[in-house]
Design a protein around this ligand. Structure first.
Ligand code: AHR
Length: 495
């Protein structure tokens, strides 16, 4: 099996927006309670947040964390989560059939982010919420006037505005599963009016309107056109969401899914450009891929934890090597589309469809998918390079001509070129020839994630799937030849 890549530092796509290395925490399952927050835990800080979890989050170097949902957002009254904790009341969370104690709310989350040096990306409820409740939350968070909600924030102990810049106008409002779902017309109107009011309150913010919940939604495309017709002028981004499944164990098809993700991005980018022309607007609408991941293991297992508990343990995926490879391909897709995708959130961060897992009152550990994200976030900064790739291909159940090689490359700020390469072939190594002229001299580092079996997983006791440093091959006359192991994710750094 062979592949060829040509690369030059002059062939660029776009600077990579640091916000594509973002994640998501929802009040869902054990993401918050016994995830990031567990006051009785041995590692809890004085605010009740687990420092063992924080120490696994920190290396991910996240730009933003989206909060508080997700489907939870569409039934959430933010007023329930502020003020003295002993006065906060338990509420029924209809999105996830769980109890929400409101011990963590806006202030706790924003201050936790401040301590971690990560920027929050907040959502306003456009399910049961109104334009007014959205503006009131914005005033509470960013307000600097001597007005009701800004004063309430001061009274609750935060004198200065938090100055949160990124705001989501609801969540997945096209989905029948959403609390108070809307038609595209209904959502477009309320998003427009909410956006207007929010920007009048704080012109410095940026707004993300809801796009389709996933590619196979019957209204994919027409939803975006209608929403943009109503609110183009007032928004800055439109969202994309997508999770992939491997229910029937068809790994070749599963690993081809990132090509579909790329199609999605291209289609929505075209719709945004067309809407700009049609409406004669001056600014571009960029893409916020604010939920993406692999998600199927828990649903496949058929587990149904009892309803109406706090920290109901739902959607706790245990990811395998194949999942990490697809996550690597999805990250490559984001880098290759750095010209249009400016924000992306790995959904989610802790316990719920997450790279980081915790035991209640116990250990915290990382899953296979943690590693591609870790390295991309560390070394995927700079300018995305346009590669010319030729690879042996395969046909699978859902697609023909899938390249075995999936690749992206970044010109880092220090001039190093970092390549991220996935070999989708499960049984054979991919002999890869990389032509890079004289732009770089030698291979500084080669890290790979691989294993004998694509179904291998990590858990709190065992970590069979973890990155291995490999011996750096020599280059000759601006050419590198390298054998990418079967079922592998790789990072190669050229100096
Ligand atoms: O991330 C989990 C859920 O997936 C979110 O609540 C929702 O937006 C999506 O359907």
């Amino acid at each position: 099996m062979n592949a060829e890549i040509s690369i030059s530092k002059n062939q660029t796509i776009a600077p990579i927006d640091k916000r594509i290395f973002s994640s998501f925490i929802e009040h869902m399952g054990r993401a918050v309670y016994t995830g990031i927050y567990e006051p009785g835990h041995t590692t809890a800080d004085k605010y009740g947040f687990r420092t063992d979890v924080a120490s696994l989050i920190r290396p991910l170097n996240l730009s933003h964390i989206r909060y508080p949902g997700g489907n939870f957002l569409s039934g959430y009254n933010w007023l329930d989560g502020i003020g003295p904790k002993d006065e906060r009341l338990m509420r029924a969370d209809l999105a996830w059939s769980a109890l929400e104690p409101n011990e963590v709310g806006t202030d706790e989350f924003l201050q936790w982010c401040e301590r971690l040096g990560i920027e929050p990306m907040l959502g306003v409820n456009l399910g049961t919420g109104t334009p007014q409740s959205a503006v009131d939350l914005l005033e509470y968070v960013n307000g600097d006037l001597p007005t009701k909600f800004a004063n309430l924030r001061r009274q609750n102990g935060h004198e200065k505005p938090y100055n949160i810049k990124l705001w989501c106008l609801g969540n997945e409002m096209d989905g029948p599963w959403q609390i108070c779902m809307k038609t595209a017309e209904e959502y477009g109107r309320i998003a427009c009016e909410t956006a207007k009011m929010m920007k009048w309150m704080d012109p410095s913010i940026e707004l993300i309107a809801c796009g389709s919940s996933f590619y196979d939604m019957p209204t994919f495309g027409s939803w975006e056109r209608t929403v943009l017709k109503h609110c183009y002028r007032y928004i800055d981004y439109i969202s994309l969401h997508q999770y992939y499944q491997n229910n029937d164990g068809d790994i070749p098809s599963f690993l081809s899914r990132s090509l579909e993700m790329e199609e999605m991005i291209h289609k929505i980018a075209v719709i945004c450009r067309e809407a700009k022309m049609e409406q004669k607007e001056a600014h571009d609408i960029a893409l916020s891929f604010d939920e993406w991941n692999v998600w199927y293991h828990f649903q496949k297992s058929g587990q149904q934890p009892p309803k109406w508990t706090v920290a109901r343990p739902i959607e706790e995926e245990n990811y395998d090597l194949a999942d990490a490879l697809l996550v690597g391909c999805m990250l490559n897709t984001l880098l290759r589309n750095a010209d249009t995708v400016k924000i992306a959130c790995l959904a989610q961060l802790v316990n719920v469809i997450a790279p980081i897992m915790t035991e209640p009152n116990g250990r915290a550990w990382v899953q296979t998918i943690y590693y591609p994200f870790l390295y991309l976030s560390k070394y995927g900064r700079g300018t995305s390079l346009r590669l010319s790739c030729e690879s042996a291909q395969y046909d699978c159940t859902i697609r023909k001509n899938v390249p075995y090689l999936d690749a992206s490359a970044v010109l880092n700020l220090d001039g190093i070129c970092t390549l991220f390469l996935v070999n989708r072939n499960q049984t054979e190594a991919l002999n890869c020839t990389i032509y890079f002229n004289q732009d770089w001299d030698y291979v500084q580092e080669w890290i790979s994630l691989s294993g004998n079996d694509s179904a291998q997983r990590n858990d709190a006791d065992h970590e069979p799937i973890k990155p291995q440093a490999r011996e750096c091959p020599n280059t000759k006359d601006g050419i590198l030849t390298i054998d990418l192991p079967p079922s592998s994710w790789n990072m190669i750094r050229l100096s």
